[in-house]
Write a protein that binds this ligand. Structure first.
Ligand code: ADP
Ligand code: MG
Length: 585
């Protein structure tokens, strides 16, 4: 549909023409008229379908010349990048409407400047929920004149833990308003929000159009730390792909993983650049012929591999680059066949990395829960039972009936015999199914008033940044929590020295912590981490630097401060916020 058929003003049409859009996308054509009528709308369509213009054009159109300096429209976006992008687009749509004033507010940027900008006046405010809350609390953003609230990428915002902020914000906005929600997916919690905050919303859904990698269904799993291999095994057992490729970021990981899978009985082999050409060719041929059905590879080694029948791709490591992601998943779904790509993420940070990739590549990657052990066992049992039935009908083993008769003469019933045989067969097929047990809360660790952080249970790790790098304990704690997925209270004393920092950590988790932290950044600076050997004394221990920050951590979440400060926000020990969702801006 042409934009000129949507009843838009001259100014908007001119702007759209200048941007270069010719026709409205489906979601735009369907939602723009509804939004202009003032209806509450739920818009569902995948990434890349033009949702920003779908709400941006009506938003800009609705600003009146006499709206002056007051905020009329509030748009919430999950991340600062999306907020900035949306605001830029609004500015383009309002290119010929000089009276429209926009303002973007997001974390990680100087709040004073945003305050100045808000004070000068804005009709449309685009922001991340955390920062918007901040401005509401500081009374630098007044919501009483708001006519329209738009939640962009609502599913993403909920995934990021913004639900509470969103509900609080919606609570501040006058009830007499238009509430619009856009989302790529419509999970339960979104439906709950729409029911609570929208009035007779019109639901507009758009199905995904075909793109190059659209023959590939994409999923991700958020698995517990340290359980990626088990998760992979579970997926291989549950989905039983005929031919699959598993991608790792390093040669070392390829080697480790292939060793583990082979030891579990999978027909797997690794492929990477350090292997001799001959063995690479051999491996590749075995894979093409199906003798091996799992190929584990680095991105570089997989380049140029041309196998058409791969029905599943697994990303064991999150690809380091968006291009890699596209290449990896493009290994399946070829030659008109369907395929699936499964990414195994562990922890918030990896999930966020993947979501960034999804955004960039405009891919739709759906979250899935791991199949449970029970699911897999039940499926295997069914499959075996089915196979037995088929076998009976084929008459293939009728000749063994005599043996059954003999056993029956000994007093066994045919039923008992059949059950035992089925059981043996099923358990042989399922002995490698891993189990995921919900993590157990361990209250004895670091609990105040209790024995606390027992010496026997803890060791120290050393992080290669110190006072000289302008880091504070909360940055360190935040980084630890963020990278490891462990709770703040698992970490003990943090001692910051001039050039390094030590942290008391549970002995049992030391490897996981070092693994998870390796290569991460604190306050924008790459760190190194190792076990503390107690004599790093590159600089003398200075009593004034040694503080036990455990005490004041209990009433503050700790982690958000790290992000806030990483984003150049406030004093890490500041008091600005009590809500942990801040950290995602
Ligand atoms: P979504 O929010 O649904 O993921 P975006 O609003 O970010 O999608 O738009 C995706 C891309 O499509 C952007 O580059 C945008 O400029 C472009 N786009 C949006 N609407 C149109 C249109 N009607 N014609 C051409 N390109 C468009
Ligand atoms: Mg969008």
């Amino acid at each position: 549909m042409l934009f000129s058929e949507l009843g838009l003003s001259e100014e908007i049409l001119k702007a759209v023409e200048k941007i270069g859009y010719e026709e409205a996308t489906e979601i735009q054509a369907k939602t723009i008229p509804l939004l202009m009528e003032g209806k509450d709308v739920i818009g569902r369509s995948h990434t890349g379908t033009g949702k920003t213009a779908a709400f941006g054009i009506p938003a800009v159109s609705s600003v009146q010349k006499n709206d002056g300096n007051t905020v009329k429209i509030l748009i919430l976006c999950p991340t600062r990048e999306l907020a900035m992008q949306a605001c830029d687009e609004l500015d383009k749509f309002s290119d010929f409407m000089p009276w429209v004033r926009t303002c973007a507010v997001y974390g990680g940027a100087d709040i004073e400047r945003q305050i100045t900008q808000l004070r000068r006046g804005a009709n449309i405010v685009v922001g991340t929920p955390g920062r918007v809350m901040d401005h509401i609390n500081r009374r630098t953003l007044k919501l009483d004149g708001i006519r329209t609230v738009i939640l962009d990428e609502a599913d993403e915002m909920l995934n990021m833990g913004f639900r509470e902020d969103i509900e609080t914000i919606l609570g501040f906005v006058p009830e007499e308003r238009q509430t619009v929600l856009f989302s790529a997916t419509m999970p339960e919690p979104i439906m709950a929000i729409t029911q609570k905050y929208q009035r007779d919303p019109v639901v507009v859904g758009v199905e995904q159009k075909s793109r190059t990698v659209d023959s590939v269904e994409q999923f991700y799993f958020d698995v517990p730390m340290g359980r990626k291999t088990d998760a992979l095994q579970m997926l291989l057992l549950a989905y039983e792909p005929k031919l699959s490729m598993i991608f790792c970021n390093t040669k070392k990981m390829v080697d480790e993983l292939s060793e583990q899978l082979v030891s579990k009985g999978f027909r797997a082999a690794g492929l990477h650049g350090d292997m001799k050409q001959a063995s690479r060719t051999q491996t590749l041929n075995a894979f093409k012929s199906g003798r091996l059905n799992i190929l584990i590879a680095t991105d570089v080694a997989a380049r140029g591999i041309d196998v058409d029948d791969v029905d599943a791709v697994f990303n064991y490591d999150i690809p380091q680059d968006c291009e890699y992601y596209i290449h990896r998943i493009g290994r399946t779904g070829r030659a008109g066949k369907s395929g699936a790509a499964y990414t195994i993420a562990s922890g918030r940070r990896q999930v966020n990395e993947l979501m960034d990739i999804a955004r960039y590549t405009k891919a739709h990657i759906e979250r899935r829960e791991l199949p449970t052990r029970d699911d897999v066992l039940a499926a295997k049992a069914n499959a075996v039972t089915e196979a037995v039935k088929n076998c009976v009908m084929s008459g293939k083993y009728d000749r063994f009936a005599e043996q059954i008769t003999a056993l029956e003469a000994e007093g066994f019933t045919a039923e008992q015999l059949a059950a035992a045989l089925l059981g043996m067969k099923i358990s042989a097929e399922t002995r490698n199914v891993p189990e995921f047990i919900k993590p157990v809360f361990r209250p004895e660790r670091g609990e105040r008033g209790g024995r606390g952080f027992g010496k026997s249970a803890s060791v120290k790790v050393e992080i290669s940044l110190g006072r000289a790098n302008k880091i504070a304990p909360n940055f360190v704690l935040g980084a630890l929590v963020d990278a490891t997925g462990m709770a703040g209270k698992n970490f003990g004393k943090i001692d910051i020295y001039d050039r390094f920092t030590t942290v008391e950590v549970p002995e049992a988790d030391k490897e996981h912590i070092i693994d998870a932290m390796t290569g991460t950044k604190i306050n924008g600076q790459k760190i190194k981490i190792k076990l503390y050997d107690g004599k790093s004394g590159r600089d003398g221990r200075d009593g004034r630097d040694r503080r036990d920050y455990r005490g004041d951590r209990n009433d503050r979440g700790g982690k958000r401060d790290y992000k806030r400060s990483r984003n150049g926000g406030h004093n890490p020990a500041g008091t600005a916020s009590r809500r942990s969702s801040k950290r995602y801006q």
